[in-house]
Design a protein around this ligand. Structure first.
Ligand code: ADP
Ligand code: MG
Length: 390
C-alpha cells in the first residue's frame, strides 16, 4: 500500500475527487485557481463539480474501469462525501495516495464505529445504545431510560435522513423495522443549548490549521444558519479545539475534517465527524485568505498548510434549500437581485433542478465596519424574508 507521498504534487498535475456535489465543486474551483487540473468521478452527468472539472468520469464509485482510469490520471485522490464505498478507497489506495485514508473514513462513515471510537478515545458523547437486532431492543432497560431518543441508521444518513424520533420501546421497534432492521444506534435526545462545529486541516506532517468554532442552527435536521464566531465562552472554545485535534490525531488524519458538537446544559458532547470540508465552513470562502477547500487542495498535494488570515471576523451563512424555489404553489427562481448589496455574497451550486430539502446554494453575510454580530444575524433574517416573500 502506498500511503506515503514522497514530495509534493505540483500544478498542473491532476487531482482526483470522488463525488461531484457542491463540496467537490468548491474544491475544483480552489484547485484550478492554484493551477491544478481536477478529475471528478460521479455517476450523475449533471453533477455540480463534474460540470466544471477538467475531466468528469460519469460512472459509479465501484466501477473498476473508472477507478483504473482515475489511477492512471491522478497520483492523489480525495472525497467530498463520507458515504463513498470503503472498498473504492481500498482499491485506489493500492496504487495512489488517498487522503483521508480508507481507515479513517471507514470509522466515521459508520455511526457505530464512530461512536465507539469517540468513546474509546475519551471524547464526551451522549448516551447511546447499538441496535442491531430485535433482541437488542428487548434488552433495553426501560427504567434506565434513554427515551426520548433518536434512532439513526449506522450508515448512509445525512441532513437528518435515516433518523426517527422514538419515545418508547414500541416506537423503537417500529422504527427499526422501518429501517429494515439495518444496524442503527439509538441516541438519547439531548436538550440542546447550542450546536457548534469546528473545521480543521491536518497536514501529512501533523500540522494544523483551525478555523474558529461555528455556531449552527438546524431546521428538520438540515443546517439552516451558521453564525461566526460561535457565541460560546472561551473554555468551551478551547475544549472543542482540543477535542477536534485529539480526534484527528487519533485517526492519523490527513485532510480537512469537521467535528460537530452539541452543547447541552453547558456540557460539550461530540456529535459526529465529517471526513471532508463542511457546509458550516463555507464562511471561509468569503472571510478568510485561505478557505477550507484551499486547505483541502494543499493537504492533498502534500504541501504545507497556509495560515488563514481572517478578513471578516463576523459573518453569517444562510443555506438556500430547494424549498425556496417552490414558494407559493409554483416553481420559480428566487429574486436574488433584490438582496444584492455590499457584504452579501451569493453562491449557487448549479444543481440540475431544485428539490425540497436539497442544498441549492448559500449566502454569506459579512460583518462590515461598525456592524455587530446581532446586526448581521438580523440582516440574514431580512434577506431570508425578502427571498421568501417575493
Ligand atoms: P446528519 O448531520 O448526519 O444528518 P446528525 O446526527 O448530525 O446527522 O443529526 C442532524 C441534526 O439532528 C443535528 O445537527 C441536531 O440538530 C439533531 N440531533 C441529532 N442527534 C441529536 C441528539 N442526540 N439530541 C438532540 N438533537 C439531535
Ligand atoms: Mg450532522
Amino acid at each position: 500500500m502506498k500511503n506515503k507521498l514522497n514530495g509534493v504534487i505540483q500544478p498542473p498535475a491532476c487531482l482526483g475527487m470522488l463525488g461531484g456535489g457542491q463540496l467537490g465543486r468548491f474544491f475544483t474551483i480552489s484547485a484550478q485557481k492554484m493551477g491544478y487540473s481536477v478529475l471528478v468521478l460521479d455517476p450523475d452527468k449533471k453533477s455540480p463539480a463534474g460540470k466544471i472539472a477538467d475531466k468528469h468520469i460519469c460512472k459509479t464509485y465501484n466501477d473498476l474501469e473508472a477507478l483504473d482510469e482515475l489511477k492512471s490520471a491522478c497520483k492523489v485522490v480525495t472525497t467530498e462525501f463520507e458515504n463513498i464505498p470503503y472498498e473504492t478507497l481500498k482499491y485506489l489506495e493500492k496504487d495512489i495516495v488517498v487522503r483521508p485514508g480508507s481507515k479513517a473514513v471507514s470509522i466515521v462513515q459508520n455511526r457505530i464505529r464512530e461512536k465507539n471510537f469517540l468513546k474509546d478515545c475519551g471524547c464526551p458523547v451522549g448516551k447511546f445504545i447499538v441496535i442491531d437486532s430485535l433482541e437488542s431492543i428487548k434488552n433495553i432497560n426501560e427504567q434506565n431510560s434513554i427515551f426520548p431518543a433518536i434512532l439513526k441508521t449506522a450508515q448512509f444518513g445525512y441532513d437528518g435522513k435515516g433518523q426517527i424520533h422514538v419515545n418508547n420501546k414500541i416506537e423503537l421497534e417500529a422504527a427499526f423495522k422501518d429501517f429494515n432492521n439495518a444496524p442503527c444506534i439509538l441516541e438519547e435526545k439531548l436538550d440542546l443549548d447550542l450546536e457548534v462545529s469546528l473545521v480543521l486541516s491536518r497536514s501529512s506532517k501533523g500540522n494544523f490549521e483551525i478555523y474558529t468554532p461555528i455556531e449552527n442552527q438546524h431546521v428538520s435536521g438540515i443546517l439552516d444558519l451558521s453564525i461566526i464566531p460561535a457565541r460560546i465562552n472561551s473554555s468551551l472554545k478551547e475544549a472543542a479545539t482540543m477535542l477536534a485535534k485529539k480526534i484527528s490525531n487519533q485517526l492519523n488524519y490527513i485532510g480537512v475534517m469537521a467535528v460537530e458538537f452539541f452543547i447541552s446544559k453547558d456540557i460539550l458532547y461530540v456529535n459526529e465527524i465529517a471526513p471532508r470540508p463542511h457546509n458550516s465552513g463555507h464562511f471561509s470562502i468569503d472571510t478568510c485568505t485561505s478557505n477550507q477547500f484551499d486547505q483541502q487542495v494543499l493537504v492533498l498535494a502534500g504541501r504545507e498548510l497556509e495560515k488563514s488570515v481572517i478578513k471578516f471576523p463576523i459573518a453569517v451563512m444562510l443555506n438556500l434549500l430547494g424549498d425556496l424555489w417552490f414558494r407559493g404553489n409554483e416553481q420559480k427562481e428566487p429574486k436574488f437581485e433584490l438582496i444584492a448589496g455590499e457584504g452579501i455574497s451569493l453562491h449557487l451550486y448549479d444543481k440540475d433542478e431544485p428539490r425540497v430539502g436539497r442544498k441549492m446554494g448559500h449566502i454569506t453575510i459579512l460583518g462590515l465596519k461598525n456592524q455587530s454580530q446581532i446586526d448581521i444575524i438580523e440582516k440574514a433574517e431580512v434577506i431570508r424574508k425578502t427571498l421568501w416573500e417575493n
